[in-house]
Design a protein around this ligand. Structure first.
Ligand code: UD1
Ligand code: CA
Length: 457
């Protein structure tokens, strides 16, 4: 196909009241990404070089989201449809963008987060082959509520909305998914012909099918899978879409070489990256911004977010990696450890019960069980620098800002408030006092006191 320019018009002026939310529906997330973000990504993967987003209520919130996250460098133009007068009226809110002149105009719904780019490309191919309008149909298990596709001899002659269907037409199983591709040169002329003479008194986008036919233009219907047509109206459907999306991601991960022992218990984000030969044990959560290299092991019940893990490293079980955690090659983060905004260099070990925040742990250093970097004084965060090969004894508190030199040795139970030179030894605790025989004496005294109390009743 020679290059054709393409504008995607994304309709998102749905009120979304059934979400019972202070947020516009399209800002609810699947795989940690707003639904409208999934739709803009699908459109841009299908070659859209322009994006026009039509919003109603909550326009400001949607604008904030869009401004914080351009898709492949393209920032959608936002158009406000102040009154909700129907899908054709909504598309016309983006008149200015359509009038710029594109070969193809794709119309998609912002609450269809599982939209497959292949389906959009398929519709664009129909335009390239000469259709003026290409509609994507699907066959839902229950067609009630959808517009029915009325075909004659390979042409689509009309879409009839449920409320306007005859009993006979209601039996048609082939329905409108909502995705439509319109040849740019006809788009505005077709849309401007749409009236509101129907059961709902709305300007129906679907009416352009009949209009195009009356003008002798070719209209065709393709078929999309049910997932691409899945619109989200409430939080039950949101969870259903999440489940479908997670299944896709798990399959993709496994087919790319990642072992998931119990795939149904592992949850990904839209941007999770995992290299081959990494093993993910059961019950692991990947929040946004996680990059895992090849040959890593993520043990059970770990929670990762905004973290990078290099090859040969191991994480968990029960580990929490927070934003800015960098676990370099062959480093180990063990059970009940939390790492935030810290770099754990190659081969370093944080095996048990630690909090490492705003720190660097040098290569090969060993952090004893229960070590805490005290990074926060109630007002500011401070850094802890631990040199390569240092040994931090168990249950130590490192009060930041502090630097522990390479090869230094910190005795167990230390509270360190001052820097420690390379290869130095520090005891940051009270000296032990021992008294021969006094343990036995104390025990006898306590036993006698207790017996006297019991005798008194
Ligand atoms: C629409 C289709 C129907 C199709 C169904 C698939 C029309 C007339 N009907 O019906 O054939 O089977 O989707 O789900 O197009 N919107 C606006 N502004 C408006 C009206 C709607 O932005 O004034 C947006 C909504 O946010 C939504 C989309 O357009 O994302 C579809 O609108 P909706 O009212 O849900 O259409 P349906 O009646 O479901
Ligand atoms: Ca709908």
């Amino acid at each position: 196909m020679t290059h054709r320019t393409c504008l995607a018009v994304i309709l998102a002026a749905g009120e979304g009241t059934r979400m019972k939310s202070a947020w516009p529906k399209v800002l609810h997330k699947i795989g940690g990404l707003e639904m409208v973000g999934h739709v803009t990504s699908a459109a841009s993967a299908a070659g859209a070089d322009g994006l026009a987003l039509v919003v109603g209520n909550g326009a400001e919130q949607v604008r904030d989201f869009i401004e914080s996250r351009p898709v492949n460098g393209t920032r959608p133009d936002i158009f406000v449809q102040a009154e909700r007068l129907g899908t054709a009226h909504a598309v016309l809110a983006a008149r200015e963008a359509i009038a710029r002149g594109y070969d193809d105009v794709l119309v998609v719904f912002g609450d269809h987060p599982l939209l497959d780019p292949a389906v959009l490309l398929d519709a664009r191919t129909r335009l390239a082959e000469g259709a003026a309008v290409a509609v994507l149909g699907f066959r839902p298990p229950v067609p009630t509520g959808y517009g029915r596709l009325i075909e004659e001899g390979g042409r689509l002659v009309a879409i009839r909305e449920e409320k306007d269907c005859s009993e006979e037409e209601k039996k048609i199983a082939f329905c409108n998914s909502g995705v439509m591709a319109i040849a740019g040169k006809h788009a505005l002329a077709l849309l401007d012909e749409v009236g509101d003479d129907n059961a709902k008194g709305e300007f129906y986008l679907t009416d352009i099918v009949g209009i195009a036919n009356r003008q002798g233009l070719l209209v065709v219907a393709g078929e999309a899978g049910n997932e691409s047509a899945m619109g989200i109206n409430n939080r039950v459907e949101l969870a259903e879409a999440e489940a479908v999306w997670q299944r896709r991601m798990r399959k993709e991960a496994m087919l790319s070489g990642v072992t998931l022992i119990a795939p149904e218990t592992v949850f990904f984000s839209h941007d999770t990256e995992i290299g081959p030969d990494t093993v993910v044990e059961p019950n692991v959560w990947f929040g946004p911004g996680v990059r895992i290299a090849a040959g890593v092991r993520i043990h059970a019940f770990s929670h990762l977010e905004g973290a990078a893990v290099e090859s040969g490293a191991t994480v968990g079980p029960f580990a929490r990696l927070r934003p800015g955690a960098e676990i370099l090659q062959k480093a180990k983060i063990g059970n009940f450890c939390e790492v935030k905004n810290s770099r754990i260099e190659s081969g370093a070990k944080v095996p048990h019960l630690s909090y490492i925040g705003d720190a660097t742990v040098g290569a090969g250093a060993n952090i004893g069980a229960g070590t805490i970097t005290c990074n926060y004084d109630g007002f500011n965060k401070h850094r802890t620098e631990i040199g390569a090969g240092a040994f931090i004894g168990t249950n130590s508190a490192l009060v930041a800002p502090i630097t522990i030199g390479a090869g230094a040795y910190v005795a167990s139970g230390s509270v360190l408030t001052e820097d420690l030179a390379a290869d130095a030894l520090a005891f940051g605790r009270a000296r032990q006092a021992s008294y021969e025989g006094r343990g036995k004496a104390l025990r006898e005294k306590l036993a006698a006191e207790k017996a006297a109390k019991q005798a008194k009743g």
